[in-house]
Ligand binder design. Sequence first.
Ligand SMILES: Nc1ncnc2c1ncn2[C@@H]1O[C@H](COP(=O)(O)OP(=O)(O)OP(=O)(O)O)[C@@H](O)[C@H]1O
Length: 327
Amino acid sequence: MRDVRSGGERSGLRLTGVHKSFGGVAALRGVDFEALGGEVHALLGQNGSGKSTLVKVITGIHAPAPGAEMQVWGGPVALPLGAAHEHGMAVIHQDLGLVDTLTVAENMGVSSPYGARLLAPFSMAAERRICCELLTDLGARIHPDTLIADLPPAARATVAIARATRLLREHGERFVFILDEPTAYLSADESQQVIALMRRVADRGSAVVFISHRLQEVAAVADRVTVLRDGVVVDTFVGQTDSQQIIEAMLGQRLARAYPERAPAPTSAPVLQAQGLTGARVVDLDLGVAAGDRRPRRSGRYGARGDPGAPRRRGARPGGTGTPGRR
Ligand SMILES: Nc1ncnc2c1ncn2[C@@H]1O[C@H](COP(=O)(O)OP(=O)(O)OP(=O)(O)O)[C@@H](O)[C@H]1O
């Protein structure tokens, strides 16, 4: 179902009529998007669907074509936006941007208003106190003198959000956080903790935009899901999300068509068979291919690109997330 009603007073971020092209490539084509305070709003789409471009328009990195409008907490803002943090908005990127060799409090200090102004007096004691206050507010018990390098991933994400809050609250009390694939390289346990963190942030009144390719996580936390396809918002799902519907919206076709049922396993004898193959990217591989096979039967570890056994490259999407990539 498509839902374009304004959230009224709860509207943390509202964009209408966003178009953005790069030369001949139309990255966004008339996008409307709204994130409400108190909600986690997942922004989904296949690679190249326009998610990053939309975030860059929101944060002022890209200027949209004339005609686009944006409101933050109900107040109109001029586009292209100047400094997003002055409007209470922060993007938390995958790498979090923390300095591993500094402590939690020092990281907060680096991006504090004092840090930014450089000339203003800086008190480490005050920084520690503020740090504890912000972390406690996020429900975290992290000592301000802990080195970032010694923190587990979910705690680091908490510090990144606390640090952003440190800066944002200079400009207001209500915030919009955009988390760009924060769980992409985390284990299931760690991801759960980051998801719980997002929930807490939203429950404290902020609008949280969650960009992810992991549909199970989206289903676990999102109050609304907006799907972009080829630069167009094709659907917004409210409440309980049905992964199949979301995938179909992302693909633009029924799943049955996109992934037809596999042909029954061939019964004929293999025309090619190999056992115990080992090489640069293959370990003890048994392989059998029969006439009519769509996929060879195999066992052993196979390190080819795209295979679940392959070492994951940075930037590659983990397999088995339920999200089909563009093929
Ligand atoms: N700076 C740019 N110059 C030219 N084309 C661009 C630029 N940025 C994005 N595009 C194009 O705009 C379209 C949308 O890209 P965008 O990066 O916004 O998609 P995305 O949904 O964020 O993808 P991903 O999940 O891979 O990050 C793509 O066709 C992309 O190639």
